[in-house]
Design a protein around this ligand. Sequence first.
Ligand SMILES: Nc1ncnc2c1ncn2[C@@H]1O[C@H](COP(=O)(O)OP(=O)(O)OP(=O)(O)O)[C@@H](O)[C@H]1O
Length: 183
Amino acid sequence: MSALLRFDEVALHRGGRMLFEGLSFVLGAGEALHVAGPNGSGKSSLIRLAAGLLLAARGQVERSPLALADEHSALDRELPLGSALRFWGGSPDAALEALGIGHLSAIPVRLLSSGQQKKATLARVVASGAPLWLLDEPLNALDGDGLARLPAVIGAHRAGGGAVLAASHQPLPGEWRVLELHA
Ligand SMILES: Nc1ncnc2c1ncn2[C@@H]1O[C@H](COP(=O)(O)OP(=O)(O)OP(=O)(O)O)[C@@H](O)[C@H]1O
């Protein structure tokens, strides 16, 4: 598959209603798609569907190996941040530096602030080496430093042939195609 993510006539039923149907798009190497829309329109659900955590009512989803950043850090709260990231394999040092949290490597995850945990979750995605990144509300809880770093992190991933699908209720920095969902 040359596409890293492909939705073909996808319908998703959730919470007693059809969130969307007939949804088709392709995300290729270097591409980024911003899923926008009001509260409850299905942005997070679309991300979870792309991740394989929800099943489509109709249609097909094809995906490359992926890394997901949502409200769950997926990091052991009792371990120092660096060790918790190493559980997922690879070398997280460069990812920690890219997110500006290299100095927190020895701090247990449970002691990190919410913004630091958000950066740690993003560092896990960066360190994963997965070609497809799925980011649910990536700007939430980030401070000015995090907001300033994210475009470069995403830009480097795209320049390396990766793709990004991000759900956000606010504008995302950089160049994105936009998919607008409706309530
Ligand atoms: N676990 C669940 N079980 C049943 N319905 C759910 C569940 N999670 C979400 N929904 C419903 O699915 C719809 C879409 O929710 P979703 O969280 O995907 O929207 P969203 O666009 O991400 O919203 P927000 O901007 O508020 O985060 C809502 O109507 C919600 O009530």
